[in-house]
Design a protein around this ligand. Structure first.
Ligand code: FMN
Length: 211
């Protein structure tokens, strides 16, 4: 039985996928469920998750991703799209969801709603966008760890033109922006990168205990 650290040492940002190997529906669903279960600030989930298999779309996306082969050769491409701005609808929809799931009244949630509105709604758009993008990156981290633990290969990717992605995927019209991408699938035996040693700061350099 592999430990979590075995799997985190096994994973690497895959450069060359075996394009003949596809994730099973069951594995894909597990990954997506892990994405959906990711924690977010206040629980607001200010993002949307796109799963792209379509070859033609992926060929177009590759052209605006510095021609990186992972875009077309991975089994699936997961695009995490954040909300570059938002208004009270984001919070009202979430409150509505809590009411249904937990059987609470609007009044029960009034204070919570007001706290979220007063901390978030007056932020300038740039800060709103940075905050929602941060939330999308938590999904990315969660997906990467879960994928590694399932021995599914992945490559996190920011090397793409997000405006072109927004155009190709029709995201702007939906109030979304492509924040970051995760290509998932299975490594090619020919990918030399899998043999590279991990480069990380030592524990002493990067961790400080304050007791
Ligand atoms: C947010 C993020 C964006 C990245 N973008 C790319 C990318 O566009 N293309 C790529 O080949 N690798 C990309 N990487 C992979 C990193 O270079 C890699 O994770 C890092 O060098 C550590 O190596 P390892 O993941 O193999 O352990 C990205 C990683 C992260 C976390």
């Amino acid at each position: 039985m592999k430990t979590i650290l075995d799997n985190l040492n096994w994973r690497y940002a895959t450069k060359k996928f075996d394009s003949t190997k596809k994730l099973s529906n069951e594995n894909l669903n597990t990954l997506l469920e892990a994405a959906r279960l990711t924690a977010s600030s206040y629980g607001l989930q200010p993002y949307h998750i796109y799963v792209i298999e379509n070859e033609e779309i992926r060929t177009r996306l590759r052209k605006v991703s510095y021609d990186q082969p992972q875009i077309t050769d991975a089994s699936h491409l997961i695009v995490l799209a954040n909300k570059p701005t938002f208004n009270d609808t984001l919070i009202d929809d979430y409150i509505e969801n809590i009411m249904v799931v937990r059987g609470l009244s609007k009044d029960d949630l009034k204070e919570f709603s007001q706290t979220m509105k007063s901390t978030l709604l007056d932020l300038p758009d740039a800060q709103k966008g940075a905050w929602t993008s941060n939330q999308a990156y938590i999904v990315l981290g969660n997906l990467m760890t879960v994928a590694a633990n399932m021995q599914i290969d992945a490559c996190p990717m920011e090397g793409f033109d997000n405006e072109q992605y927004n155009e190709i995927l029709g995201l702007s019209d939906k109030g979304l922006n492509a924040a970051v991408v995760l290509a998932v699938g299975y490594r090619s035996k020919e990918d030399e990168t899998q043999n590279h040693r991990k480069v990380r700061y030592s524990k002493e350099q990067i961790i400080t205990h304050i007791n």
